[in-house]
Design a protein around this ligand. Structure first.
Ligand SMILES: [Zn+2]
Length: 150
């Protein structure tokens, strides 16, 4: 899941969750994202602090118990959100197998029952992520943390 801060053409700000960044793009193009205040579908994505846009997103297919999220996630408290993300990443990393760049392949094979289901993580290009979305393969994108970019 990925959270975006959005703003409509009238300057109303709101936040929305998406399964993947590709979902945001396709829903925006389809006019499915509307401002909750005025109904405008002229929506722009606000830059987030910290930045969660990465070229090769770390993707994961993880269905285990997620760490408790603090209520601060909803208030947009960047520091608390960062802590929550760290906790989620830690859980994923401790409970999944790193398949690296084979992530898209492995996730697809699992989805279509060609190999046994397990928790995996790895990296995928935006193009691969889009294809997974198109194929209906469930996966999540873990935003990069500031320390990952060093
Ligand atoms: Zn609005």
């Amino acid at each position: 899941m990925i959270k975006y801060r959005l703003e409509c053409s009238s300057g109303h700000e709101f936040e929305s969750w998406f399964r993947a960044s590709a979902d945001f793009d396709s829903q925006l193009l389809a006019g499915e994202i509307a401002c909750p205040l005025c109904g405008s579908i002229d929506i722009a994505k606000q830059p987030m602090a910290p930045s969660i846009v990465t070229k090769a997103a770390v993707a994961s297919r993880f269905t285990g118990p997620a760490p408790k999220q603090s209520g601060a996630m909803q208030t947009g408290d960047a520091k608390a959100a960062l802590e929550a993300l760290r906790a989620i990443k830690k859980t994923v990393f401790e409970n999944s197998e790193d398949v690296g760049s084979r992530f898209a392949d492995e996730a697809r094979k699992m989805h279509f029952g060609e190999i046994e289901e397990r928790h995996i993580r790895g990296s995928s290009t935006l193009e691969e992520a889009r294809e997974l979305v198109n194929d209906g393969v469930p996966f999540g994108i873990l935003p990069a943390l500031p320390e990952d970019l060093n």
